[in-house]
Design a protein around this ligand. Sequence first.
Ligand SMILES: Cc1cc2nc3c(=O)[nH]c(=O)nc-3n(C[C@H](O)[C@H](O)[C@H](O)COP(=O)(O)OP(=O)(O)OC[C@H]3O[C@@H](n4cnc5c(N)ncnc54)[C@H](O)[C@@H]3O)c2cc1C
Length: 416
Amino acid sequence: MGKRVTIVGGGVIGLCCAYYLQKKGHEVLVIDKGDITKGTSFGNAGYVSPSHFIPLASPGIVSKGLRWMLSSSSPFYIKPRLDADLIRWGFTFWKNANEKTMHRNIPHLHNLLQLSRELMTEITNDIGNHFRMAEVGCFMLYKSAATEKHELALSKQAARLGLQTRIFNASQVQEMEPELEVNVRGGVLYPADCHLHPGDFMRTLKLQLESAGVRFQLGTQVDKFEKNGRRINTVITANGKFDCDELVLATGCWLPIITKQLGIYILMQAGKGYSLTYQNMKKNLHYPAILVDDRVAMTPMGKDLRMGGTMEISGINNRVLLKRAEAIFRASKNYYPDLAVEFPEKERIWSGLRPLSPDGLPYIGRADNYSNLTIAGGHAMLGLSLAAGTGKLVEEIINSTKTSVDISSFAVDRFG
Ligand SMILES: Cc1cc2nc3c(=O)[nH]c(=O)nc-3n(C[C@H](O)[C@H](O)[C@H](O)COP(=O)(O)OP(=O)(O)OC[C@H]3O[C@@H](n4cnc5c(N)ncnc54)[C@H](O)[C@@H]3O)c2cc1C
């Protein structure tokens, strides 16, 4: 007998949870404060990338971040402010950004990335590829010798995890991109990565869920809950009350705000990023690529091209800092000199908020103090890459079956 499962949050994580829960016969309701058309899960770079097995909290990232903060056009920025949550998050991030913790976390992130990558193929076969998914891999491109050394070391680490890589010099990269000049020293291709149009993926998935009977309550912010001991019985909103047997919170960077209502303290910061999208390119890239020296992601999506990047930790807002968006654009021209694109008007620059945990791993699991609450959030720059696996894990948690991968490292209360 299916349970009534309410999912708060209709981003890619919430929708993938809905997908797997509905498949198991549960009665699913998705509630979102927005209209699910343009948030973080829509304008991102569209990578589903097992190649990203290094968690954000890694050695050297703090000192690099501090150096970057001195430049207004660098790929990283923290707005200095006296905020207890930010200070605690920053301290915990710094404590986790070391070799030992990173090596402990890599296999867990890798397992979830692998699971998600496999499931993305299954989901695509099930709902149809209406979102331009292309399984051609992803390039890590570099210009400097130091970055090359770093990327070659990473490719060896990838091989130890069983990931295939192919190393290219400048002219070999150029051969792979016949339409555009590529100005690089070389690159590493991760053939197992794939990419898609994230907005089209979200729209296709939502249509599929609706036709399978999942209900959507949009424009509805969840503020409160009715509880009975360790059970949450009802979700309260300005548009009515919704009873549930199981509750899933998948509210992206708003997770700490909603869990606070339930007495659960989650460490999270929003990491803003931008993307610029160009339609109907006459000459386009054949391969997605991360321009590693500049931390910019380039993604061909059929005839369209998207470029994205930057990480601004400046709270929950959608203010656009032009200098940082310009830096993304400049980097694209620097690597692909004859790319026919112009810097867009400010209104056309998309921004989204990555939900950042302080160790680079998501929060997936039951919250200790409740018997029917599951949390799924904090996927940082990997939400699309980890969504399918997260959805499957949430279904397994709710059905009390053995999880596909060990979830102990994703524990909601791991920071106390
Ligand atoms: C520039 C950029 C590029 C990126 N590129 C990639 C990439 O290539 N690959 C990748 O894997 N990831 C990428 N990411 C990260 C990815 O986009 C995110 O990790 C992912 O979208 C997070 O999904 P989510 O469902 O957790 O959150 P969201 O998409 O933010 O969804 C959360 C939802 O919860 C709703 N909500 C919040 N609070 C409430 C409430 N109280 N009541 C009701 N509803 C509520 C919100 O309205 C929102 O719709 C990128 C991010 C950025 C910014």
